[in-house]
Unconditional design. Structure first.
Length: 168
């Protein structure tokens, strides 16, 4: 399997898409990566875990499956609105399309309206009301998600021998 290195721009784009779309599957489509690649890189960038309401975790009903079946035959589906209407996460809906209705991520990409990843990236760094925000690592200068003012070095740099030996 061929792996593709992450550029500084891709790391910044992942942070911004992660915070804006709240969907691993949607980010994977937009960045032309696998969902496992997105999850792994998000972990390394220290991106916050998703907080889900209990109402989002429930069995699929026959009526919901019929709705998903109908959607698989449409185009220009607003996945964000569908998520609200069905009270399901975007990832849950996409996952259902793939597992129950045998679509691929490429098939899903043809059905839904995709946000403009480049426009989201160009909006600039994501900030929150607290001290958590996108910062550049003081060592490698790559963007990562920092939970507070004292977090200036990314996990990748903290795991290097130089850092652990106190030579940085």
């Amino acid at each position: 399997m061929i792996t593709k290195d992450w550029t500084k721009k891709e790391a910044g784009m992942l942070i911004r898409l992660w915070m804006k779309t709240e969907s691993i599957s949607l980010v994977a489509i937009l960045m032309n990566r696998t969902t496992s690649s997105i999850q792994t890189r998000a972990l390394r960038l220290e991106l916050p875990a998703r907080e889900l309401e209990d109402s989002f975790r429930r069995r699929w009903t026959e009526k919901e499956d019929q709705r998903i079946q109908q959607i698989t035959k449409e185009t220009n589906v607003d996945i964000f609105q569908l998520s609200k209407d069905m009270k399901r996460t975007i990832d849950a809906i996409i996952n259902r399309m793939m597992t129950k209705h045998h679509l691929t991520l490429d098939d899903v990409a043809k059905i839904i309206i995709l946000p403009d990843a480049e426009a989201i990236y160009n909006e600039g760094a994501i900030t929150t009301t607290g001290q958590a925000r996108e910062r550049n690592c003081a060592k490698c200068m790559k963007p990562f998600w920092s939970e507070g003012f004292g977090r200036r070095v990314c996990l990748a740099c903290k795991s290097t021998e130089d850092w652990q030996d106190g030579e940085y």
